[in-house]
Write a protein that binds this ligand. Structure first.
Ligand SMILES: [Zn+2]
Length: 315
C-alpha cells in the first residue's frame, strides 16, 4: 500500500491523505471559512510553511488505521505532494503572480525542514497546480498515457498537461491578442490570456462591475458585457487552438473556481474557426466541476511518481 499526502494552494489550503492513490479520510481546509477571500495573499512566507506543515502533521498523525504498526505509530508517509500556482522547478517556486510572496521560495527544502522538526520525514514534491489537476484527471480516468490538457479558470488561468513534457507551460500567459491596450495581466505582460480571463484582470477592466455581474449582464443582453464575454471565450479558444497546433489534438478539461463563466458551445464555435486542418480536429472539450479532490489526488500521485523515478523537477 502507498500512503501519500496531497496539498493544494489556491485561495486557501486544502490537504488530504491518499491511500493507494485514492482519498482517505476528510479534506482539511485553511481557512475553514469558505467565504474568506484572498486569505493566503497576506500570509508571509515563513508562516505559510508553518501552516502547510501543521496541516500535513495533522494528516500524518491522524488516527491509526490498518497501517498501524506494533509501536502504535501510523504507517509512514511515502510522499508529500504540494500543488501551487506558478512556475515550479526542482522544488523552487520561481514565479507565482497570484501568490507573490512565494516567488523564489525553496518550498520543498523549507517544508522538508519544517516537517522534520515535527518528526515527519518524507520526500516533498512541489507541482504546478494545473499540472496536478491534469495528473488527477489522468489518474482517475485511466488516461495517464494519452494527451490530457487542463485549463484552470480561477483568479489566474492555469494550464496543465499529461503526459509530462519538459518545459514551462505557462499557458495562462500565452499571448492571444496584439492589441497594445490589453495590459491587465498580473505578470505585467501585454496581450496575455490571463489579462482577459483572470478574475483580477476582469475587475481592473470593469471598474464598475464585478465579474459575476459582467457575465449576468451579458446573459441579459447588455451589449458591452456581451462583447467582453465573447472576447473572453475567443481568447480561451485562441490559446487552446495554439496548443492544438503545437502538441496535437487532445482532450481538454476546463475546471477551477470560475469555470461557471464558461459556455462550452460558444468556446467550441470559436475553436472551430481557428482549427481547420482535419488531422487536428479530433480534440474534445469537457467541463469538470471545480473540486479540490482532483488536484489533491494529482498532487499525491505526482509525488509518488517522482519518488519512484528518483525525484525530478516538475515530474
Ligand atoms: Zn501574464
Amino acid at each position: 500500500m502507498t500512503t501519500a499526502i496531497g496539498v493544494v494552494l489556491t485561495d486557501y489550503i486544502a490537504a488530504a491523505k491518499l491511500e493507494d492513490q485514492a482519498l482517505s479520510g476528510k479534506v482539511l481546509r485553511y481557512p475553514s471559512d469558505p467565504n474568506a477571500v484572498e486569505a493566503l495573499e497576506s500570509i508571509p512566507e515563513s508562516e505559510l510553511v508553518d501552516l502547510l506543515a501543521a496541516q500535513i502533521e495533522t494528516l500524518a498523525k491522524d488516527k491509526p488505521g490498518p497501517g498501524k504498526t506494533a509501536h502504535g505509530k501510523t504507517s509512514p508517509i511515502d510522499a508529500i505532494g504540494v500543488a501551487v500556482p506558478g512556475i515550479v522547478r526542482s522544488g523552487v517556486v520561481e514565479e507565482s503572480p497570484n501568490l507573490p510572496q512565494m516567488k523564489g521560495m525553496r518550498l520543498a527544502a523549507q517544508l522538508t525542514a519544517a516537517l522534520e522538526e515535527r518528526g515527519i520525514a518524507a520526500p516533498v514534491y512541489i507541482a504546478n497546480d494545473a499540472d496536478a489537476v491534469a495528473a488527477g484527471v489522468a489518474s482517475t480516468r485511466g488516461r495517464l498515457d494519452k494527451l490530457t490538457c487542463v485549463w484552470t479558470i480561477g483568479k489566474g488561468i492555469g494550464y496543465g498537461r499529461r503526459p509530462h513534457a519538459e518545459g514551462v507551460w505557462e499557458g495562462g500567459h500565452i499571448t492571444v491578442t496584439l492589441d497594445p491596450k490589453e495590459r491587465y495581466c498580473g505578470c505585467g505582460g501585454v496581450g496575455h490570456l490571463e489579462g482577459i480571463m483572470g478574475y483580477r484582470a476582469m475587475r481592473l477592466r470593469f471598474l464598475d462591475l464585478e465579474p459575476e455581474e459582467v457575465f449576468a449582464n451579458a446573459r441579459n443582453g447588455d451589449m458591452r458585457c456581451r462583447k467582453f464575454v465573447d472576447l473572453w471565450h475567443r481568447a480561451l479558444a485562441a490559446a487552446t487552438a495554439s496548443f492544438i497546433h503545437l502538441a496535437g489534438p487532445g482532450r481538454f478539461y476546463f475546471t477551477g473556481k470560475n469555470v461557471g463563466f464558461l459556455e462550452l458551445p460558444l468556446l467550441r464555435s470559436h475553436l472551430e474557426t481557428m482549427v481547420r486542418m482535419s488531422p487536428l480536429q479530433s480534440f474534445s472539450l469537457e467541463v469538470l466541476p471545480p473540486d479540490d479532490e482532483t488536484a489533491l489526488i494529482g498532487a499525491g500521485v505526482s509525488a509518488l511518481r517522482a519518488v519512484k523515478q528518483g525525484a525530478g523537477s516538475r515530474e
